[in-house]
Design a protein. Structure first.
Length: 159
């Protein structure tokens, strides 16, 4: 029994060795997370093997083609989510990533353009003393901003 096991374990050892070359796993005490990392690692290796069967000449002259494949795979997986973000995050590193992705969207005509959010600035009410209330709307006649307390909503039939 042990001899049969030892003769068959070479495939598993080879898989573990290739998976651990480029691993997404992190040190964790939670077994579901460790299982998830293992599934990601094996899936990425399987995708790479299938891709090499489909296109054997892809980056054939370069070294570390599996690393290049994983970088491209990761980039393609997160690109749609990054492009969906309209606001820049407060973290400067995250803001730089979003700006680069939005720059890629502008240069790539295949990606749909994101709708522009209307500018909504908040100003102070000109009728409050001291001017402390925030105002969003402005008067249709004079154009000055006023808060909810100093605004009267009138329907079109009452004008």
């Amino acid at each position: 029994m042990i001899k049969y096991y030892n003769s068959c374990k070479g495939g598993v050892d080879a898989l573990d060795q290739r998976v651990n070359t480029y691993s997404v796993g992190r040190k964790t005490q939670r077994w579901p997370l460790a299982l998830f990392f293992n599934i990601l690692n094996v899936s990425a290796l399987n995708a790479f093997i299938l891709w090499r069967q489909v296109d054997p000449d892809w980056n054939s002259g370069k070294r570390a083609i599996r690393r290049l494949f994983l970088q491209e795979l990761g980039s393609l997986l997160v690109q749609p989510l990054i492009v969906q973000r309209l606001r820049l995050p407060r973290n400067p590193a995250a803001a730089a990533i979003v700006e680069r992705a939005q720059g890629a969207r502008e240069s790539d005509p295949a990606l749909p353009a994101a709708p522009q959010a209307p500018e909504s600035r908040r100003v102070l009410c000109h009728l409050c003393t001291p001017p402390k209330s925030k105002a969003r709307g402005s008067c249709a006649k004079c154009g000055l901003f006023s808060c909810k307390e100093h605004t009267l909503n009138v329907c079109t039939a009452c004008k």
